[in-house]
Design a protein around this ligand. Sequence first.
Ligand SMILES: Nc1ncnc2c1ncn2[C@@H]1O[C@H](COP(=O)(O)OP(=O)(O)OP(=O)(O)O)[C@@H](O)[C@H]1O
Length: 241
Amino acid sequence: MGDTVLEVKELQCARPKGDPIFSNVSFAVSKGDIVVVQGKSGSGKSTLLKCLSHLILYQGDILYREQTPKSYGIPSYRTRVQYVPQRASLLPGTPRDFMTSILNFGSYSKQPVLGDDRIGRPRGLSNDTIDLAESWGIDEELWDRNWSTLSGGEMQRIALAMAIGMGTAEVLLLDEPTSALDPDSSARVERFLKSEIKKPNTNLKALIWVTHSEEQGRRVGTRFMQLSAGGIQEESVDPGV
Ligand SMILES: Nc1ncnc2c1ncn2[C@@H]1O[C@H](COP(=O)(O)OP(=O)(O)OP(=O)(O)O)[C@@H](O)[C@H]1O
């Protein structure tokens, strides 16, 4: 097993009415991987990320460090294999409220941490998180604004800074994380994430990164996958080379 952090076997996901979105999806993610996932609009990329974080029903197996999400404990699992949504606009309150509520959320504060307990519980909103977001152009006052008043790009940077700032994720599931950002801001986020997973002193081990941009995929990816209804195909080399 070695460096494998996440393994997906014969994953299948269907729409609520039962017709399949995709099936036969199998792959493994190792430490240091930045797995770029591409595919046509509607092929199920967001759905795949939500399955991986156990946010929606699926068939097949997902193993995180050789354990199923259920045996790990779903709330705890979701902090380790963490979905960063494309849009956070439906959340109530402010980003600061959200970070506080995570800390007070019963399942995080009471549940014993299973598995790799070096990682510990989520952290609240720290100066490091505020500073990180600031380095991406987010003024501190935005943490106290309602989500609904933030621009798409502000939301994306705050959602990503929160996921990093919680300090618990080993695998981040990034759903077009820079789609609303200008090229400079996007480049700063890309550089940060690429360097973060190489650092020995962070929990972050791998990224699964959905993007529609071929150029971004080539800039950030170490592995490249194409999702379609029939499964996921890994391309053996950077498709841009
Ligand atoms: N709750 C739902 N009810 C019905 N259909 C759904 C639901 N969620 C997703 N779908 C459908 O499943 C398919 C896959 O959606 P998904 O958002 O995962 O695709 P995607 O590849 O991420 O698309 P895009 O590239 O446009 O963001 C789409 O046809 C979508 O309409």
